[in-house]
Design a protein around this ligand. Structure first.
Ligand code: HEM
Length: 230
């Protein structure tokens, strides 16, 4: 799954970069139109990110044995014992080698996928509430303009087009949005922490296990000095 990893890395870095500018837009002196443009750019990156993530989620059900959820997420038969064995080995400086992900890596991957999923869902909602973009934008536009099924009221609705809004509907829509932006922001900070830990773990296990995990991310090949586990 190197394709997923690299597309994901590029999208996440782009989303974090643009996200940081959005967060600091006022102190950077960005105009309201500039802010909308930044959100549009962020949302397009978000769509690429979401498609890639959805593909990876599907791949977890149909892909090769090392990519399956049963091999990537913690749990399943023998997982607890394998984790204890791995920790004991790591403490002794000789963690057991794995072709796929080791049991500790699977714990971290569960956290990463959870964060990625949360960012995707909250981000897609925000694209609807802030930009009236798909997949939920149509519903939020109906809510904000009070137009219900009367779609005439939606034509030409763009972020900031205040005269088209129904004040009550708009206010209710913005209240609904609050927990989503809250979680999206917390997810952003959690992701920064997770990325540092993730990179740290990959570098440390490459050094300790010496099986070229980092070069395998480019080549797809790991090198083993002992017979690896599944
Ligand atoms: C790794 C994934 C992502 C990260 C780290 C991220 C990060 C951020 C950050 C830091 C902000 C600024 C928050 C604020 O203004 O308070 C933001 C806003 C936003 N994000 Fe994301 N984002 C991610 C994924 C997505 C996705 C998948 C979408 C949807 C397609 C999306 C849509 C938005 C929108 C529409 C806003 C503007 C909300 C606003 O500030 O008013 N994001 N994101």
């Amino acid at each position: 799954m190197r394709w997923f990893d690299w597309i994901n890395v590029l999208c996440v870095l782009g989303l974090i970069g643009v996200g940081i500018v959005i967060l600091n837009a006022n102190s950077l002196g960005v105009s309201s139109e500039g802010k909308v443009d930044l959100k549009i750019l962020h949302a397009w990156l978000g769509y690429a990110f979401s498609l890639n993530l959805l593909w990876r989620i599907l791949w977890g059900f149909i892909g090769n044995p090392y990519s399956r959820w049963s091999a990537v997420l913690p749990g399943g038969r023998g997982y607890g014992a394998a984790l204890r064995e791995w920790i004991a080995g790591a403490k002794a400086g000789t963690p057991p080698a794995y072709k796929g992900h080791n049991p500790a890596a699977r714990l971290m991957l569960a956290v990463l996928f959870f964060l990625l999923g949360a960012q995707m869902i909250t981000g897609l909602v925000l694209a609807g509430t802030d930009l009236y973009f798909p997949p939920f934008g149509h519903e939020f536009a109906e809510w904000a303009t009070g137009s219900g099924e009367d779609h005439a009221g939606l034509v030409g609705l763009v972020p900031g087009a205040k005269e088209m809004l129904d004040p009550e509907g708009y206010a209710a829509m913005r209240r609904f949005r609050e927990p989503f932006i809250e979680i999206h922001e917390i997810g952003f900070w959690a992701m920064l922490v997770a990325i540092v830990l993730h990179i740290g773990a990959v570098v440390v296990s490459d050094i300790k296990e010496g099986n070229g995990l980092i070069s395998a991310m480019f080549s797809g090949r790991k090198v083993f000095t002992e017979e690896p586990r599944e």
